[in-house]
Write a protein that binds this ligand. Structure first.
Ligand code: ASP
Length: 328
């Protein structure tokens, strides 16, 4: 006769064994590199300078979260970069409104959308992550939080951007232009010497957008996603299209299932194209670019159209690459 205690024990171990069994297609095998190979990737040409700034943190064995914040801050503060931070092009009412988010390998997140008057929205996003009980603040509430946390109120509309906006008002035609370097987001992802990943994404969004418009950049999962067991991904380009497929998270999940960073980025771009086709819309005025690294430090990128560049920094150098693309 089998003792009652033995039956209970056998039942419990069967449940534990069942719980430990991976779900189909979701077998999680954390790939932890023996020696992490630090690397930084960022979008567009301005990524080159931003990478150098971020590398100053990485080379001192600093953490990837500090690195990505420091890196993108350089571009946020540059008045000549007209698509990010100070000097960014305004919305159609003449207000510069900023979107940004930051994320680490343990799913700590902070995000800010439609923020005015603050030069470093990425640092406000980080403060939301570290000092508030929330993950996202928008508009006036975000500004109030920033001011209460020591950020300074400033005018972000430079003479050059105001001039361009006044010129635009003459026709008031909203035509997002693809592949203009000055029209894009800085997204940065990094792996540090301890093997920890982080990402940051910051932008003034589409020039002459409707007041209150929020793009993909501050939306965790769309413009940026980091998973310490898989990799880090960020996006640039037409935010509405990235949000439609929750782009960055999609790329992460493709990598989790075994795709290389480049193939995962390509699969997300293909899905975006398919959504255009299903809606019988043309992709000709649109650009989307993804960049990704996995936790082994392997990287890749892919774009919808020709003309997307990304910068890669590691111990061997800092280079600008042309991304492969789907349609001519
Ligand atoms: N993704 C950004 C947005 O839609 C803009 C860009 O990257 O060009 O706001």
């Amino acid at each position: 006769m089998v003792a009652r205690r033995t039956v209970i024990k056998t039942g419990a171990s069967a449940i534990l064994a069942w719980l430990a069994k991976p779900l189909d297609g979701w077998a999680l095998e954390p790939k932890v590199p023996a020696v992490p190979k630090p690397i930084i990737l960022s979008t567009w040409k301005f990524g080159l300078q931003a990478n150098e700034e971020a590398w100053k943190v990485i080379e001192k064995n600093g953490n990837s979260l500090d690195a990505v914040e420091q890196g993108v801050m350089l571009v946020e503060a540059d008045p000549n970069e007209r698509s990010v931070g100070y000097g960014g092009r305004p919305d159609r009412d003449g207000n510069v409104t900023l979107d940004a988010c930051i994320m680490d390998h343990n799913a700590n997140i902070g995000s800010v959308a439609c923020l005015q008057h603050i030069v470093h929205p990425i640092s406000v996003a980080r403060a939301i992550m570290e000092k508030s009980p929330h993950v996202m603040l928008v508009g006036d509430g975000a500004l109030k939080f920033a001011l209460e946390n020591g950020f300074k109120k400033e005018n972000l509309l430079t003479e050059a951007s105001e001039k361009e906006w006044r010129e635009w008002l003459k026709t008031s035609e909203y035509k997002p232009i693809v592949n203009i370097e000055n029209h894009d987001t800085i997204g940065m992802i990094a792996l540090d010497t301890k093997g920890n990943l982080a990402g940051a994404c910051t932008t003034s969004g589409m020039a002459f957008k409707l007041a209150g418009r929020v793009g993909d950049s501050p939306i965790i999962g769309a413009g940026l996603y980091v998973d310490g067991e898989v990799g880090a991904v960020t996006a640039t380009g037409h935010g509405e299209e990235v949000i439609r497929v929750v782009g960055a998270h999609l790329v992460i999940e493709m990598m989790r299932q075994g795709k290389t960073p480049k193939k995962a980025c390509k699969a997300a771009v293909e899905l975006i194209k398919r959504k255009f086709d299903l809606r019988q819309k043309q992709t000709k005025d649109t650009q989307i670019g993804f960049i990704a690294i996995n936790n082994l430090g392997e990287y890749g990128a892919f774009a919808l159209r020709k003309g997307f560049y990304y910068a890669v920094k590691d111990a061997t150098g800092n280079k600008l690459y042309k991304a492969d693309y789907l349609v001519k």
